[in-house]
Design a protein around this ligand. Structure first.
Ligand SMILES: Cc1ncc(COP(=O)(O)O)c(C=O)c1O
Length: 406
Protein backbone atom coordinates (compact mmCIF):
# COMPACT_ATOMS: atom_id res chain seq x y z
CA UNK A 1 0.00 0.00 0.00
CA UNK A 2 1.40 3.44 -0.87
CA UNK A 3 2.12 5.77 1.99
CA UNK A 4 -0.67 8.22 2.68
CA UNK A 5 0.39 11.87 2.57
CA UNK A 6 -1.24 15.03 3.84
CA UNK A 7 -2.36 16.11 0.33
CA UNK A 8 -4.30 12.83 0.16
CA UNK A 9 -6.22 13.86 3.28
CA UNK A 10 -6.74 17.33 1.78
CA UNK A 11 -8.18 15.69 -1.33
CA UNK A 12 -10.56 13.66 0.79
CA UNK A 13 -11.79 16.88 2.40
CA UNK A 14 -12.23 18.51 -1.00
CA UNK A 15 -14.40 15.59 -2.12
CA UNK A 16 -16.37 15.37 1.14
CA UNK A 17 -20.10 16.00 0.53
CA UNK A 18 -20.56 16.96 4.21
CA UNK A 19 -17.64 19.42 4.33
CA UNK A 20 -19.94 22.46 4.14
CA UNK A 21 -21.58 21.68 7.48
CA UNK A 22 -18.42 22.75 9.32
CA UNK A 23 -19.25 26.37 8.43
CA UNK A 24 -22.47 26.06 10.41
CA UNK A 25 -20.51 25.69 13.66
CA UNK A 26 -18.68 28.21 15.81
CA UNK A 27 -15.02 27.56 15.03
CA UNK A 28 -12.80 30.41 16.14
CA UNK A 29 -9.52 28.51 15.81
CA UNK A 30 -9.38 26.61 12.54
CA UNK A 31 -6.01 25.10 13.45
CA UNK A 32 -7.35 23.31 16.53
CA UNK A 33 -7.53 19.57 15.91
CA UNK A 34 -10.62 18.76 17.93
CA UNK A 35 -11.00 15.01 18.36
CA UNK A 36 -13.38 15.03 21.29
CA UNK A 37 -16.77 15.64 19.67
CA UNK A 38 -17.84 12.35 21.20
CA UNK A 39 -17.53 13.91 24.66
CA UNK A 40 -18.70 17.43 23.93
CA UNK A 41 -19.89 18.27 20.43
CA UNK A 42 -19.09 21.66 18.91
CA UNK A 43 -21.49 24.61 19.16
CA UNK A 44 -23.82 25.12 16.15
CA UNK A 45 -24.19 28.78 15.14
CA UNK A 46 -27.97 28.26 15.04
CA UNK A 47 -27.86 27.25 18.72
CA UNK A 48 -26.18 30.53 19.64
CA UNK A 49 -28.97 32.56 18.09
CA UNK A 50 -31.70 30.25 19.37
CA UNK A 51 -30.52 30.40 22.97
CA UNK A 52 -30.22 34.19 22.75
CA UNK A 53 -33.82 34.29 21.51
CA UNK A 54 -34.99 32.02 24.33
CA UNK A 55 -33.22 34.29 26.81
CA UNK A 56 -34.21 37.68 25.51
CA UNK A 57 -37.56 37.09 23.88
CA UNK A 58 -39.09 33.95 25.34
CA UNK A 59 -37.88 34.53 28.90
CA UNK A 60 -37.08 38.28 28.92
CA UNK A 61 -40.23 39.52 27.18
CA UNK A 62 -42.80 36.80 27.34
CA UNK A 63 -41.94 35.68 30.87
CA UNK A 64 -44.27 33.06 32.37
CA UNK A 65 -46.48 33.18 29.27
CA UNK A 66 -43.80 31.24 27.39
CA UNK A 67 -44.66 28.10 29.33
CA UNK A 68 -48.09 27.99 27.70
CA UNK A 69 -46.89 29.37 24.40
CA UNK A 70 -44.09 26.90 23.75
CA UNK A 71 -42.25 25.39 26.69
CA UNK A 72 -44.73 22.89 28.18
CA UNK A 73 -44.56 20.61 25.16
CA UNK A 74 -40.86 21.04 24.47
CA UNK A 75 -39.76 17.71 26.07
CA UNK A 76 -42.17 15.72 23.89
CA UNK A 77 -41.86 17.90 20.78
CA UNK A 78 -38.10 17.44 20.80
CA UNK A 79 -38.64 13.81 21.73
CA UNK A 80 -40.65 13.34 18.55
CA UNK A 81 -37.92 15.04 16.53
CA UNK A 82 -35.17 12.84 17.99
CA UNK A 83 -37.37 9.73 17.65
CA UNK A 84 -38.21 10.20 14.00
CA UNK A 85 -34.89 11.56 12.73
CA UNK A 86 -32.24 9.81 14.86
CA UNK A 87 -33.72 6.68 16.39
CA UNK A 88 -36.03 4.93 13.96
CA UNK A 89 -38.84 5.40 16.47
CA UNK A 90 -42.32 6.94 16.36
CA UNK A 91 -43.80 10.16 17.70
CA UNK A 92 -44.91 9.58 21.29
CA UNK A 93 -42.11 7.17 22.13
CA UNK A 94 -39.32 9.56 23.19
CA UNK A 95 -39.06 12.30 25.76
CA UNK A 96 -36.14 14.70 26.28
CA UNK A 97 -35.48 15.40 29.97
CA UNK A 98 -33.22 14.76 32.97
CA UNK A 99 -29.73 13.34 32.65
CA UNK A 100 -28.75 10.03 31.08
CA UNK A 101 -28.12 8.66 34.56
CA UNK A 102 -31.60 9.58 35.81
CA UNK A 103 -33.17 8.31 32.57
CA UNK A 104 -31.31 5.02 33.01
CA UNK A 105 -32.54 4.75 36.57
CA UNK A 106 -36.12 5.25 35.42
CA UNK A 107 -35.84 2.79 32.53
CA UNK A 108 -34.07 0.04 34.48
CA UNK A 109 -36.30 0.41 37.49
CA UNK A 110 -39.46 0.19 35.37
CA UNK A 111 -38.10 -2.84 33.52
CA UNK A 112 -37.22 -4.64 36.78
CA UNK A 113 -40.69 -3.94 38.19
CA UNK A 114 -42.25 -5.35 35.02
CA UNK A 115 -40.60 -8.74 35.56
CA UNK A 116 -41.53 -9.61 39.16
CA UNK A 117 -40.11 -12.90 40.38
CA UNK A 118 -37.06 -12.74 38.12
CA UNK A 119 -34.04 -12.39 40.37
CA UNK A 120 -31.16 -11.40 38.06
CA UNK A 121 -30.03 -8.58 35.83
CA UNK A 122 -27.33 -8.57 33.14
CA UNK A 123 -24.69 -5.98 32.25
CA UNK A 124 -21.18 -5.97 30.78
CA UNK A 125 -18.15 -5.42 33.00
CA UNK A 126 -17.00 -2.87 30.41
CA UNK A 127 -20.17 -0.79 30.39
CA UNK A 128 -19.95 2.92 31.22
CA UNK A 129 -19.57 3.53 34.99
CA UNK A 130 -22.92 5.25 35.49
CA UNK A 131 -24.74 2.31 33.87
CA UNK A 132 -22.98 -0.11 36.23
CA UNK A 133 -23.55 2.01 39.32
CA UNK A 134 -27.25 2.59 38.60
CA UNK A 135 -27.79 -1.12 38.08
CA UNK A 136 -25.79 -2.01 41.18
CA UNK A 137 -27.91 0.37 43.24
CA UNK A 138 -31.13 -1.06 41.86
CA UNK A 139 -29.92 -4.63 42.35
CA UNK A 140 -29.19 -3.90 46.00
CA UNK A 141 -32.57 -2.23 46.57
CA UNK A 142 -34.45 -5.05 44.87
CA UNK A 143 -32.26 -7.89 46.17
CA UNK A 144 -31.27 -9.00 42.66
CA UNK A 145 -28.12 -10.75 41.49
CA UNK A 146 -26.01 -9.11 38.81
CA UNK A 147 -24.69 -11.37 36.08
CA UNK A 148 -21.62 -9.63 34.71
CA UNK A 149 -20.58 -10.33 31.12
CA UNK A 150 -16.79 -10.54 31.05
CA UNK A 151 -14.87 -7.89 29.18
CA UNK A 152 -14.30 -8.76 25.52
CA UNK A 153 -11.74 -6.03 24.94
CA UNK A 154 -11.61 -4.34 21.57
CA UNK A 155 -14.22 -6.36 19.73
CA UNK A 156 -17.14 -6.17 22.15
CA UNK A 157 -19.48 -8.88 23.28
CA UNK A 158 -20.95 -11.51 20.98
CA UNK A 159 -24.34 -13.18 21.03
CA UNK A 160 -22.70 -16.24 22.62
CA UNK A 161 -21.52 -14.05 25.53
CA UNK A 162 -25.08 -12.92 26.16
CA UNK A 163 -26.57 -16.37 25.64
CA UNK A 164 -24.25 -17.76 28.33
CA UNK A 165 -25.81 -15.57 31.03
CA UNK A 166 -29.45 -15.71 29.96
CA UNK A 167 -32.16 -17.88 31.44
CA UNK A 168 -35.67 -17.41 32.77
CA UNK A 169 -34.44 -15.73 35.95
CA UNK A 170 -33.18 -12.63 34.07
CA UNK A 171 -35.45 -9.59 34.35
CA UNK A 172 -33.46 -7.10 32.32
CA UNK A 173 -30.35 -6.81 30.16
CA UNK A 174 -28.64 -3.47 29.66
CA UNK A 175 -26.01 -2.82 27.00
CA UNK A 176 -24.26 0.10 25.33
CA UNK A 177 -24.81 0.24 21.58
CA UNK A 178 -21.29 1.65 21.06
CA UNK A 179 -18.77 1.06 23.84
CA UNK A 180 -17.45 4.33 25.28
CA UNK A 181 -13.90 3.02 25.41
CA UNK A 182 -13.37 0.46 22.64
CA UNK A 183 -15.99 1.82 20.19
CA UNK A 184 -17.33 -1.72 19.66
CA UNK A 185 -20.72 -1.44 17.92
CA UNK A 186 -23.09 -4.19 19.02
CA UNK A 187 -25.71 -6.09 17.03
CA UNK A 188 -28.82 -4.36 18.37
CA UNK A 189 -31.52 -6.48 16.68
CA UNK A 190 -29.73 -9.80 17.35
CA UNK A 191 -28.98 -9.14 21.03
CA UNK A 192 -32.45 -7.68 21.64
CA UNK A 193 -34.02 -10.77 20.16
CA UNK A 194 -31.85 -13.00 22.39
CA UNK A 195 -32.91 -11.11 25.52
CA UNK A 196 -36.54 -11.43 24.45
CA UNK A 197 -36.20 -15.15 23.82
CA UNK A 198 -35.33 -15.51 27.53
CA UNK A 199 -38.34 -13.36 28.45
CA UNK A 200 -36.16 -10.43 29.59
CA UNK A 201 -36.53 -6.76 28.73
CA UNK A 202 -33.60 -4.81 27.28
CA UNK A 203 -32.41 -1.24 27.90
CA UNK A 204 -29.93 0.19 25.40
CA UNK A 205 -27.56 3.09 26.13
CA UNK A 206 -27.18 5.05 22.88
CA UNK A 207 -24.85 7.82 24.12
CA UNK A 208 -22.00 6.93 21.75
CA UNK A 209 -24.08 5.99 18.73
CA UNK A 210 -26.88 8.53 18.46
CA UNK A 211 -26.14 11.03 15.71
CA UNK A 212 -23.23 8.98 14.33
CA UNK A 213 -24.77 5.59 13.57
CA UNK A 214 -28.22 5.00 12.04
CA UNK A 215 -30.43 3.40 14.70
CA UNK A 216 -33.64 1.45 14.18
CA UNK A 217 -35.29 1.01 17.57
CA UNK A 218 -38.62 -0.05 16.14
CA UNK A 219 -37.12 -2.48 13.63
CA UNK A 220 -34.90 -3.92 16.37
CA UNK A 221 -37.92 -4.36 18.70
CA UNK A 222 -36.08 -2.48 21.47
CA UNK A 223 -37.99 -2.06 24.74
CA UNK A 224 -36.30 0.95 26.31
CA UNK A 225 -33.33 3.15 25.46
CA UNK A 226 -31.57 6.25 26.76
CA UNK A 227 -28.91 8.54 25.38
CA UNK A 228 -27.34 11.94 25.73
CA UNK A 229 -27.55 14.98 23.50
CA UNK A 230 -24.24 16.70 24.23
CA UNK A 231 -22.02 14.44 22.12
CA UNK A 232 -22.83 13.93 18.41
CA UNK A 233 -26.13 15.85 18.75
CA UNK A 234 -24.23 19.04 19.72
CA UNK A 235 -26.74 20.28 22.31
CA UNK A 236 -24.12 21.62 24.72
CA UNK A 237 -22.63 20.83 28.13
CA UNK A 238 -25.12 19.20 30.46
CA UNK A 239 -27.93 19.25 27.90
CA UNK A 240 -30.75 16.85 28.79
CA UNK A 241 -30.92 13.18 27.88
CA UNK A 242 -33.61 11.35 25.95
CA UNK A 243 -35.54 8.28 26.96
CA UNK A 244 -37.35 5.89 24.63
CA UNK A 245 -40.15 3.56 25.66
CA UNK A 246 -41.73 1.35 23.00
CA UNK A 247 -45.36 2.46 22.56
CA UNK A 248 -46.76 -1.03 23.11
CA UNK A 249 -44.99 -1.24 26.48
CA UNK A 250 -46.02 2.16 27.80
CA UNK A 251 -49.29 1.02 29.40
CA UNK A 252 -47.57 -1.72 31.40
CA UNK A 253 -44.44 0.16 32.55
CA UNK A 254 -44.29 2.63 35.40
CA UNK A 255 -41.32 4.90 36.02
CA UNK A 256 -40.33 5.29 39.66
CA UNK A 257 -39.99 9.07 40.12
CA UNK A 258 -43.51 10.35 40.57
CA UNK A 259 -43.26 14.06 39.93
CA UNK A 260 -45.91 16.60 39.15
CA UNK A 261 -44.89 16.76 35.49
CA UNK A 262 -45.81 13.11 34.96
CA UNK A 263 -49.14 13.26 36.75
CA UNK A 264 -52.40 13.23 34.82
CA UNK A 265 -53.91 16.73 34.81
CA UNK A 266 -50.82 18.15 36.50
CA UNK A 267 -52.31 21.59 37.09
CA UNK A 268 -55.20 20.11 39.13
CA UNK A 269 -52.57 19.69 41.81
CA UNK A 270 -54.91 17.34 43.59
CA UNK A 271 -54.15 14.64 46.13
CA UNK A 272 -52.68 11.33 45.06
CA UNK A 273 -50.67 10.42 42.00
CA UNK A 274 -51.99 9.01 38.81
CA UNK A 275 -49.59 8.79 35.88
CA UNK A 276 -50.27 10.76 32.73
CA UNK A 277 -50.84 8.52 29.73
CA UNK A 278 -48.23 8.08 27.03
CA UNK A 279 -44.63 9.26 27.07
CA UNK A 280 -45.36 12.28 29.34
CA UNK A 281 -45.59 9.75 32.16
CA UNK A 282 -41.78 9.61 31.94
CA UNK A 283 -41.29 13.28 32.84
CA UNK A 284 -40.51 14.23 36.43
CA UNK A 285 -40.10 17.96 37.13
CA UNK A 286 -39.58 21.32 35.44
CA UNK A 287 -37.06 21.00 32.59
CA UNK A 288 -34.08 23.35 32.14
CA UNK A 289 -35.49 25.21 29.15
CA UNK A 290 -32.24 26.81 27.96
CA UNK A 291 -30.48 23.45 27.61
CA UNK A 292 -33.58 21.74 26.34
CA UNK A 293 -34.15 24.27 23.56
CA UNK A 294 -30.51 23.83 22.50
CA UNK A 295 -31.22 20.23 21.46
CA UNK A 296 -33.03 21.19 18.26
CA UNK A 297 -30.44 22.79 15.93
CA UNK A 298 -27.88 19.98 16.09
CA UNK A 299 -30.52 17.32 15.51
CA UNK A 300 -31.97 19.23 12.56
CA UNK A 301 -28.54 19.62 11.01
CA UNK A 302 -27.80 15.88 11.31
CA UNK A 303 -31.23 15.05 9.90
CA UNK A 304 -30.57 17.41 7.00
CA UNK A 305 -27.19 15.79 6.31
CA UNK A 306 -28.77 12.33 6.57
CA UNK A 307 -27.50 9.61 8.88
CA UNK A 308 -26.50 7.38 5.98
CA UNK A 309 -24.09 10.05 4.71
CA UNK A 310 -22.97 10.80 8.28
CA UNK A 311 -22.21 7.13 8.90
CA UNK A 312 -20.36 6.81 5.57
CA UNK A 313 -18.07 9.69 6.52
CA UNK A 314 -17.66 8.37 10.06
CA UNK A 315 -16.49 5.01 8.67
CA UNK A 316 -14.10 6.76 6.28
CA UNK A 317 -12.64 8.85 9.13
CA UNK A 318 -12.11 5.85 11.42
CA UNK A 319 -10.69 3.83 8.49
CA UNK A 320 -8.16 6.60 7.85
CA UNK A 321 -7.22 6.60 11.54
CA UNK A 322 -6.71 2.82 11.56
CA UNK A 323 -4.64 2.99 8.39
CA UNK A 324 -2.40 5.70 9.85
CA UNK A 325 -2.13 3.71 13.07
CA UNK A 326 -0.91 0.73 11.01
CA UNK A 327 1.61 2.86 9.11
CA UNK A 328 2.98 5.00 11.92
CA UNK A 329 2.03 3.77 15.36
CA UNK A 330 1.73 -0.01 15.47
CA UNK A 331 5.50 -0.44 15.48
CA UNK A 332 6.04 2.45 17.90
CA UNK A 333 4.64 0.95 21.10
CA UNK A 334 0.96 1.72 20.44
CA UNK A 335 -1.88 -0.81 20.26
CA UNK A 336 -5.27 -0.65 18.58
CA UNK A 337 -8.04 -0.98 21.19
CA UNK A 338 -10.98 -0.68 18.75
CA UNK A 339 -12.46 -3.17 16.28
CA UNK A 340 -10.72 -3.44 12.91
CA UNK A 341 -13.97 -4.22 11.16
CA UNK A 342 -15.66 -0.87 10.40
CA UNK A 343 -19.07 -2.57 10.52
CA UNK A 344 -18.42 -3.28 14.18
CA UNK A 345 -17.00 0.13 15.08
CA UNK A 346 -18.63 3.40 16.16
CA UNK A 347 -17.27 6.86 15.38
CA UNK A 348 -14.25 6.84 17.65
CA UNK A 349 -11.00 4.92 17.72
CA UNK A 350 -9.04 4.18 20.86
CA UNK A 351 -5.31 3.69 20.69
CA UNK A 352 -3.37 2.37 23.66
CA UNK A 353 0.11 3.29 24.86
CA UNK A 354 1.81 2.71 28.23
CA UNK A 355 2.51 6.47 28.40
CA UNK A 356 -0.92 7.52 27.14
CA UNK A 357 -1.41 10.18 29.79
CA UNK A 358 1.87 11.95 28.98
CA UNK A 359 1.20 11.68 25.25
CA UNK A 360 -2.24 13.25 25.66
CA UNK A 361 -0.63 16.08 27.63
CA UNK A 362 1.82 16.65 24.75
CA UNK A 363 -1.03 16.60 22.23
CA UNK A 364 -3.00 19.20 24.19
CA UNK A 365 0.05 21.47 24.25
CA UNK A 366 0.20 21.17 20.44
CA UNK A 367 -3.45 22.03 19.85
CA UNK A 368 -4.69 18.47 19.40
CA UNK A 369 -7.60 17.57 21.70
CA UNK A 370 -8.20 13.85 22.26
CA UNK A 371 -9.52 12.14 25.40
CA UNK A 372 -7.45 10.18 27.90
CA UNK A 373 -9.15 7.03 29.14
CA UNK A 374 -7.53 5.31 32.07
CA UNK A 375 -5.34 3.40 32.28
CA UNK A 376 -3.68 3.69 28.86
CA UNK A 377 -6.21 4.69 26.21
CA UNK A 378 -6.09 7.69 23.85
CA UNK A 379 -9.61 8.10 22.50
CA UNK A 380 -10.01 9.90 19.18
CA UNK A 381 -13.60 10.91 18.47
CA UNK A 382 -14.66 11.89 14.95
CA UNK A 383 -17.82 13.95 14.54
CA UNK A 384 -18.65 13.72 10.82
CA UNK A 385 -20.19 17.20 10.52
CA UNK A 386 -17.09 18.94 11.86
CA UNK A 387 -14.07 16.63 11.78
CA UNK A 388 -11.91 16.94 8.65
CA UNK A 389 -9.75 14.21 7.18
CA UNK A 390 -6.75 16.50 7.76
CA UNK A 391 -7.67 16.57 11.47
CA UNK A 392 -7.30 12.78 11.54
CA UNK A 393 -4.01 13.03 9.67
CA UNK A 394 -2.60 15.82 11.87
CA UNK A 395 -3.82 14.19 15.07
CA UNK A 396 -2.21 10.84 14.32
CA UNK A 397 0.97 12.52 13.14
CA UNK A 398 1.14 14.48 16.40
CA UNK A 399 0.80 11.17 18.28
CA UNK A 400 3.66 9.69 16.30
CA UNK A 401 5.85 12.71 17.04
CA UNK A 402 4.90 12.86 20.72
CA UNK A 403 5.89 9.22 21.18
CA UNK A 404 9.13 9.70 19.21
CA UNK A 405 10.03 12.67 21.45
CA UNK A 406 9.99 10.21 24.35
C1 LIG B 1 -22.19 5.63 27.57
C2 LIG B 1 -22.56 6.69 28.55
N1 LIG B 1 -23.61 6.49 29.36
C3 LIG B 1 -23.97 7.41 30.28
C4 LIG B 1 -23.27 8.59 30.43
C5 LIG B 1 -23.62 9.53 31.56
O1 LIG B 1 -24.45 10.51 31.21
P1 LIG B 1 -24.91 11.71 32.18
O2 LIG B 1 -23.69 12.28 32.78
O3 LIG B 1 -25.59 12.61 31.22
O4 LIG B 1 -25.84 11.18 33.20
C6 LIG B 1 -22.19 8.86 29.57
C7 LIG B 1 -21.45 10.13 29.67
O5 LIG B 1 -20.50 10.41 29.00
C8 LIG B 1 -21.83 7.87 28.61
O6 LIG B 1 -20.77 8.07 27.80
Amino acid sequence: MTEILRPDAEEMDAADPLAGYRDQFVIDDDTLVYLDGNSLGRLPKATQSLVIDVLTHQWGSRLIRSWGERWMDLPTRLGDLVATTMLGANPGEVVVCDTTTVSLYKALSAAIDARPGRRSVVIEEDNFPTDRYVLEGLARRNDLKIRWIKSRGADGLTSADLENVLDDSVAVVTLSHVDYRSSALLDMPGLTSLAHSAGALIVWDLCHSVGAVPIDLEGSAVDLAVGCTYKYLNAGPGAPAFGYVRAALQPELSQPIWGWWSRAEMFDMGPGYQAESGIRAWLTGTPGVLSLAAVEPGVRMLADAGLVAVRAKSVALTELAVRLYDEWLSAAGFSLCSPRDPERRGSHVTIGHPNAQQIVQRLLERGVVPDFRRPDGIRLGFAPLTTRYVDVYDGLQAMREAAADG
